[in-house]
Design a protein around this ligand. Structure first.
Ligand code: PLP
Length: 398
């Protein structure tokens, strides 16, 4: 016998599993719309110009690989605050937010969840139905009881906002409410700024703890527009959390770079929270990796590089929008039975296509077009060479 006899096989990640199947699919015309990665018109993960330049400079400088401070590079965390709250934000000026560097957006969620678990007596959290599955896994692993609030209405393809608000109103004080700040994953359907204002009000009235996850800032309407929800919470004066990621916006997936920000009531409180976040990090992985943080902080703190990043990001955002348009048009041209114009109204890398699991299966089996079982497609993987074929395949399975 072995001590590991009790270990059962953990289930495969369904999306990564699809990716593996895609790789070995011999069909030439295959299209991978399952994984959440932005690809260029040539079907490649981009190396942003601004990243390439900055990396060159870093290599030339030839600095040794020392440890970073536990909470990361100070110029990075201050740059993050300006990016998410805006440079003239009261939160930034009064120093009432604590920001720590994290291992991507996932790491920020994990540090935030671990910290909250030390603060709350019976930690409970709710996520949107549906959500990015790791939200549930991360908060459960930190000891939370995780429930959900209504969000996407399958019948209308829109948000069931009255049901969402009703549910939030019924939550216990101190329930953590995980919200997608923009570019909702997996649906692509976002709240309007007016709806956000109502969510802020309910969170304040009911003493809920908002946790805004922003993994796609700049992929929706623009860097500032996409942070509108965060800025409304900042104006409200209530405490809240922000996990942000540079995986997508800098195309730095493997460098694991993001940040956790906790907005407090005062600078003094932020200092105490910061010290506790550092204890959580220290006991987990001691201190964060340096390379991605060096790149991002160099860019965020240099007006010329910053402008260049804005251009790079605009290029990605506009290409996604063009692909949404081309897919909707191509489906119309194919004479698809269903009106797919809603794809153009959705934001970010993902769309809920409203295809059924059976239709998704047929797409894969008959056409080599890979989507997630829920019907989620990554529109950022479409390009001019595969969009017509994808539309034809979708039309055939309807
Ligand atoms: N949050 C959401 C909603 C996401 O979709 C993702 C990535 O897919 C993340 C967080 C985590 O991103 P990262 O790769 O930076 O950990």
């Amino acid at each position: 016998t072995s001590v590991f006899d009790v270990v059962e096989m953990a289930p495969d990640d369904p999306i990564l599993g699809l990716n593996e199947a895609f790789k070995t699919d011999p069909r030439k015309e295959k299209v991978n719309l399952s994984i959440g990665v932005y690809c260029t018109e040539e079907g490649k993960v981009p190396l942003l110009k601004v990243v390439e330049q900055t990396e060159k400079k870093l290599a030339e400088a030839g600095a040794p690989h020392t440890y970073l401070p536990i909470s990361g590079i100070p110029a990075f965390t201050s740059g993050v605050q300006k990016l998410i709250f805006g440079p003239d934000s009261e939160v930034v000026k009064t120093k009432r937010a604590a920001t720590v560097q994290s291992l991507g957006g996932t790491g920020a969620l994990k540090v935030g969840a671990d910290f909250l678990a030390t603060v709350l007596k019976n930690p409970e959290a709710v996520v949107s139905a549906p959500t990015w599955q790791n939200h549930v896994a991360i908060f459960e692993s930190a000891g939370f009881k995780v429930g959900s609030y209504p969000y996407y209405d399958k019948k209308t393809g829109e948000i069931d906002f009255p049901a969402m608000l009703e549910c939030l109103k019924g939550l216990k004080k101190d329930t953590v409410v995980i919200l997608h700040a923009c570019c909702h994953n997996p649906t692509g359907v976002d709240l309007t700024q007016e709806q956000w204002a109502q969510v802020v009000e309910v969170c304040r009235d009911k003493g809920l703890i908002p946790f805004l996850d922003i993994a796609y800032q700049g992929f929706g309407a623009g860097l500032n527009e996409d942070a509108g929800s965060i800025r409304q919470f900042a104006d409200s004066g209530i405490p809240f959390f922000v996990s942000n990621s540079f995986s997508k916006s800098f195309s730095l997936y493997g460098e694991r770079i993001g940040a956790l920000t906790v907005v407090c009531k005062s600078e003094e409180e932020a200092k105490r929270v910061n010290s506790k976040l550092k204890s959580v990090i220290r006991a987990n992985y001691s201190n964060p990796p340096a390379h991605g943080a060096k790149i991002v902080s160099a860019v965020l703190n240099d007006p010329v590089l910053l402008q260049q990043w804005h251009e790079d990001l605009k290029g990605m955002r506009e290409r996604i929008k063009e692909m949404r348009h081309l897919l909707a048009e191509a489906l119309k041209k194919e004479g698809a039975k269903v009106d797919f114009s809603f794809i153009e109204d959705q934001h970010g890398m993902f769309s809920f296509s409203r295809l059924t699991p059976e239709q998704v299966q047929r797409l894969k089996d008959e056409f080599g077009v890979y989507a997630v079982k829920s019907g989620r497609i990554c529109v950022a993987s479409l390009n001019k060479a595969n969009v017509a074929y994808t539309a034809k395949a979708i039309k055939e399975v309807l």
